[in-house]
Design a protein around this ligand. Structure first.
Ligand code: FNR
Length: 381
């Protein structure tokens, strides 16, 4: 019933806000510090306007595309989001299943809660894996070896998390891994009985792919991330990873167009231009504003993906027009997941599909290859 009333990702966000305890909703919805980057991500998509090339015969249009030699039903990927079981029991499996059904990749987070073989099965072999380079590199090597054995062919290594961003909402709410309880948090949960009845029988989510030492419990999410990720990572380490992964390799979290050259030289296949949805460096530039500079630096030598703020089908057209091969989403599908599990993920992806088809028809695009910077105007104000 909740899904029937949700006609946009914004509607799904409102429904997620009603169903989730405040501390869980804020974990997904919030950004770092003043959240100015998070707001700018949306502002950039608003500032970029589309023009219509009508009249064009768009009766035979298609949003299908190819990426790294594989077909994608649309240029959308469900990006990696850790701790997804907080939103729905076995949330990683629901995200994976939704992506498989929609014919798009799902990126398993290094902070996923479910066992990798289960996620791989739910994704029907189409999942990618995101990793952070751990303090102990053997931990990372073991994980990618498991992934390889399960048939994973694409790896994303995230580099924008030298330290976890300062997420003020999580600090204020006392959001911990696993949950810890105060009177306020118990009340928060009691006010959201749907979530309580769904989530409590499954216990608190545990990091499934990261080693969690005894005695590390009750850490804030930020302390936990800090314990897992090595802040000393540079291009030497990314080259080290390249030498140990013979599949497709993508670096996630670049914001500086000057990093395109080293990425190409290190033999990387793709880049996700990302400010982590405004959850890391507050004050960071929005990704859509950077895309033309990345496209100019890449000259087609490396695939460009983009995330941070994608909420509509027109956002996808704008990113593709400016040079992205596809976009990733984090929160959009998490809102759907929170409302109705995989049905909610399916619903969110259905909204994107409908909106993207509509945008292509009304802009006058038969295929996304026809999208170019010519269809973009930047509103000055
Ligand atoms: C994330 N993101 C993320 N990225 C990553 O590389 N590894 C991870 O484990 C996580 N975890 C995570 C959890 C949650 C709850 C969110 C919302 C995000 C970042 C994510 O992949 C992506 O970069 C942003 O979410 C993109 O911005 P939007 O689409 O949420 O605006």
């Amino acid at each position: 019933a909740r899904l029937k009333k949700a006609h946009s990702i914004e509607d799904l966000r409102a429904a997620a806000r009603r169903t989730l305890p405040r501390m869980v909703f804020d974990y997904a919805d919030g950004g770092a510090q003043s959240e100015s980057t998070m707001r700018q991500n949306r502002a950039a998509f608003e500032r970029h306007r589309l023009l219509s090339r009508a009249p064009v015969d768009v009766s035979g249009r298609s949003m299908a595309t190819t990426l790294f030699g594989k077909p994608l039903a649309m240029p959308l990927i469900i990006g990696p989001t850790g701790y997804a079981s907080a939103f729905w029991p076995r949330g990683d499996l629901a995200l994976a299943g939704g992506a498989a059904k929609a014919g798009i990749p799902f990126v398993v987070s290094n902070g996923a809660n479910s066992p990798l073989p289960d996620i791989a099965r739910a994704a029907e072999g189409k999942a990618w894996l995101q990793v952070y380079i751990a303090h102990d590199k053997q931990v990372t090597l073991d994980l990618i070896r498991d992934a390889k054995a399960l048939g994973f062919d694409t790896l994303e290594v995230t580099v924008d998390t030298a330290l976890p961003g300062r997420r003020v909402r999580d600090i204020r709410n006392g959001f911990t891994v696993p949950y810890s309880w105060t009177a306020g948090k118990v009340l928060d949960v009691l006010r959201h009985p749907d979530w309580m009845l769904r989530a409590l029988p499954h216990g608190a989510p545990r990091p499934g792919l990261m080693p969690m030492e005894q005695g590390r419990s009750w850490a804030t999410v930020s302390e936990f991330v800090r314990s897992q990720i090595n802040p000393a990572i540079g291009w030497d380490d990314l080259k080290w990873l390249r030498d140990r992964w013979d599949g497709t390799l993508i670096v996630k979290g670049l914001l500086d167009p000057a990093q395109v050259k080293p990425a190409v030289e290190a033999g990387y296949d793709g880049i996700v231009i990302s400010n982590h949805g405004g959850r890391q460096l507050d004050g960071a530039v929005s990704t859509l504003d950077l895309l033309p500079e990345f496209a100019a630096a890449a000259q087609g030598r490396i695939a460009l993906l983009l995330d941070s703020g994608v909420r509509t089908g027109t956002d996808i057209v704008k990113a593709v027009a400016l040079g992205a091969s596809a976009v990733q989403v984090g929160r959009a599908t998490l809102y759907g997941l929170s409302v109705a599990g995989q049905a909610g993920v399916d619903h969110a992806l259905g909204i994107f599909r409908t909106e993207l088809d509509m945008a292509m028809a009304l802009v006058g695009l038969r295929s996304l290859e026809e999208a170019s910077p010519d269809i973009i105007r930047i509103r000055q104000d």
